[in-house]
Design a protein around this ligand. Structure first.
Ligand code: SF4
Ligand code: SF4
Length: 221
């Protein structure tokens, strides 16, 4: 069986081979893990440490369920929420404070359950194909996280009555466009379903979606 794998291409970019219509988000994460085992990054001596709050890190719905052991409401108050510019963003790290899951020895305490943004970030030059998958998967998992966040807001007795109706309307809109909502494992989500530009918070363009379909259609299965 063809297996999704990361390689260095002729331009020395991180690229992918073995992508099929049945490849799942978990397959992509497994390919990234295998690549980083073979090609470790110097995170332990890096001054920019990604987990120390230098960057914003999106939260994802499957990671949130795993870290919260199925009860997302347990961790929602510890996330960073931004509702500016008509967008609802839910971050694990908001760019000003180190991640709460980073221990004193620079180790991730939730490594096996860390969100998509943490799993797919590789600070090496990347092919367009890699960048498309990375952006699309992170966006899709974050979109489902918006829905999980709104479910907790609607259930919370402290939420003002006037906020329930708009939150419910937004929740319905997100659910109607979400692939990952209700999934509790990355194995349930096909990469090809994430690579889309048909909703407002998608991170990729129609041209990039076409490019992705060229890659998948040219692969031999
Ligand atoms: S992923 Fe790259 S930038 Fe981030 S901490 Fe590791 S070496 Fe540094
Ligand atoms: S979840 Fe882990 S990998 Fe991600 S930012 Fe926090 S400590 Fe770093």
């Amino acid at each position: 069986m063809v297996k999704l794998k990361l390689i260095f291409n002729k331009e020395n970019e991180v690229d992918l081979v073995g992508l099929t219509p049945g490849s799942t988000v978990q397959d992509f994460f497994d390919a990234v893990d295998a690549f980083l085992t073979e090609n470790p990054l110097p995170c332990n001596i890096c001054k920019q440490h990604c987990c120390k709050g230098r960057f914003k890190i999106n939260m994802d719905s499957v990671s949130a369920k795993k870290i919260a052991k199925g009860k997302v409401e347990r961790i929602v108050s510890k996330l960073f929420v931004d509702v500016g510019n008509n967008k609802l963003e839910v971050f694990l790290v908001a760019g000003h404070k180190k991640c709460r899951h980073l221990d004193g020895l620079a180790r991730c305490l939730v490594y096996k359950d860390r969100p998509a943004s943490c799993r797919t970030y590789i600070c090496l030059s990347q092919s367009l194909g890699y960048r498309i998958l990375d952006s699309a998967i992170v966006a899709e998992m974050h979109h489902a996280m918006r829905a999980e966040y709104l479910v907790t807001v609607i259930k919370d007795p402290a939420t003002p009555a006037a906020a329930i109706e708009p939150a419910t309307a937004l929740l319905q809109e997100i659910i109607s466009t979400s692939v990952a909502y209700n999934c509790s494992s990355y194995n349930e989500i096909l990469i090809k379903d994430c690579v889309r530009s048909d909703y407002a918070h998608s991170n990729i363009s129609p041209e990039e979606v076409n490019y992705f379909h060229q890659i998948i259609n040219s692969a031999e299965f």
